[in-house]
Design a protein around this ligand. Sequence first.
Ligand code: GAR
Length: 190
Amino acid sequence: MKNIVLFASGNGTNAENICVYFKSHPSIRVVALFCNNPQAGVIAKMKLHAIPVELFTKAELQDPNLLGKRIEAYAPDLIVLAGFLWLIPSYLVQQYPYRILNIHPALLPAFGGKGMYGMHVHNAVIEQGAKTHGITIHLVNERYDEGTYLFQQSFNVKADDTAATVAAKIAVLEMTHFPKVIEQHLLENT
Ligand code: GAR
């Protein structure tokens, strides 16, 4: 079996969708969720799916002997950031080359970087009158949203779209494509 370790900070819609997608998979399984936010909705969702939840602080994340060891215990073939908002430290990027994926709710390099997450992205898209919007799934490096892109899917922003309507369209794209890109990457590259 190939093991996925999830990282998430928020609601966990993507994390749950990934758990459901791989629940009966013959060769891939979700083995743990690492979460920096004890209030996050993702925690209850993971409990429903009997996925172990590992909470951690910013200081623990920076320490290879603390979080690094706790991640290693799950023997991940892939680490998946599903709405995770802190920068991944370089010791993890180096320890898991080509094996950390992130989803970003915009067509990178547009609307990326520190502070660009969730509704901040969709508000900016509408305020700046962007003509297209979409999702990017990419490898993670030491900088926010800058690793190699594996997948992008776009749509045209309509005159009557709002931040809420584009957010709903992004959610549909994320639910449809993220598990499949994870599966393909795991089967072809690990
Ligand atoms: C998702 O839209 C994901 O693309 C985004 O956070 C949301 C998490 O929602 N990630 C980022 O903005 C990363 N920069 P969820 O917790 O409901 O899956």
